[in-house]
Design a protein around this ligand. Structure first.
Ligand code: ACO
Length: 323
């Protein structure tokens, strides 16, 4: 029997033009560089300006991923965009990225699992490819959280940034020890919906709304949820944390990342950390971090890469990929 795998062919990312440092925020709200760095590890974030949107950032990341893969838009027959900040309520922003790229075949849709969006999207793409419903997928995480932040709420506005990242995945016939997505584990528990949410929406208020978060509550649950789903994934593959070459967690907060790595027994040198540069870019954070680590030569062919995320809902999940 043939074994099909979803293999990563290329990665790309894009950031808005404007960098906003913690010092810049000090001038606008009652906060300090020291508080932000100590609590979160964030030093700066990129904020979308005029003409920069989830679709434009997603398109730019997708083009770079296609270039890295040596492919052109016509080679793609599936576009999945993970986002909680689409340009419009509908049509799905994935279809507008598809249009801008000039892709006319296949299908496109958005996935909404907030910060876990990219692991949900990657898992979904993997299943479509393995099922033979598509041959090559663009899996994109793109967000403009700056547009749903309450800039007068210092407890949340310092945490988030904008950006996009993308992977090209290809269905390939392969051997069990070869490259490709090896396993995914996804979870959701809507009983935590009131801990991290947006207080508006098309069907409730008719407005976009603003992000609200009980930061301590999120923090309290994050490490346990993340490590459970990672341990389950590794166990199913008969792997141990020591087998992992690179751990690319969702970049919400350096303290959550360090505590998760420590609990899992993964050395901090093997953890890709970009939260200091980008802040929390929600569904974009993992593909952004992956692209940085691929381009600076850390993630290489053959490496075992562990991805995980947790976010609003709550939703959470892990994916293990052989590069
Ligand atoms: N600048 C200065 N002081 C601040 C700021 C700020 N930006 N924000 C809050 N404070 C103050 C508070 O008012 C409070 O002051 P008080 O003691 O006088 O009342 C004090 O700092 C402590 O506030 P806490 O909220 O208790 O601070 P905590 O240590 O819990 O840190 C934080 C807050 C960073 C949000 C933390 O709870 C956290 O990291 N939570 C996880 C959040 C997260 O990562 N969410 C995203 C994950 S899911 C996703 O990605 C969507």
């Amino acid at each position: 029997m043939s074994l099909f795998r979803s293999v990563v062919r290329g990665t790309g990312s894009a950031l808005p033009r404007a960098v906003v440092t913690n010092k810049d925020l000090e001038a606008r709200i009652d906060t300090s560089d020291e508080w932000i760095q100590q609590r979160t590890g964030i030093r700066q974030r990129y904020i979308a300006g005029d003409g920069e949107t989830t679709v434009s950032l997603g398109e730019a990341a997708a083009r770079r991923a296609l270039d890295a893969a040596g492919l052109v838009p016509e080679d793609i027959d599936l576009v999945i965009l993970a986002t909680a900040t689409p340009d419009n309520t509908f049509p799905a922003s994935s279809t507008q990225i598809q249009r801008r790229l000039g892709i006319t075949k296949g299908f496109a849709f958005d996935v909404q699992a907030v910060c876990s969006g990219f692991v949900y999207a990657l898992t979904t793409a993997d299943l479509y490819l393995k099922a033979g419903m598509a041959r090559r997928a663009l899996v994109i995480g793109a967000e403009t959280f700056s547009r749903i932040i309450d800039w007068s709420d210092r407890t949340t506005c310092v945490l988030f940034g904008d950006g996009a990242g993308a992977l090209v995945l290809e269905r390939q016939e392969g051997d069990p020890s070869g490259p490709g997505v090896l396993i995914s584990r996804l979870r959701a528990d809507g009983s935590h919906g009131d801990k991290l949410f947006v207080d508006g929406g098309p069907s409730s208020t008719g407005t976009v709304g603003h992000l609200r978060m009980e930061g301590r509550e999120v923090f309290k649950h994050a490490v346990g949820m993340i490590t459970d789903v990672v341990e389950e994934s590794l166990e199913a593959l008969s792997l141990t944390p020591g087998d992992i070459d690179w751990f690319v967690p969702h970049q919400a907060n350096r303290r959550i990342i360090e505590a998760s790595a420590k609990k899992l027994g993964i050395a901090i040198e093997k953890v890709v950390i970009t939260v200091d540069q980008h802040g929390n870019t929600s569904a974009a954070s993992i593909p952004l971090a992956i692209d940085h680590a691929v381009r600076d030569g850390r993630i290489r062919a053959g490496d075992l890469v562990l991805l995980e995320a947790m976010g609003g809902g709550f939703t959470w999940g892990a994916v293990v990929v052989r590069w």
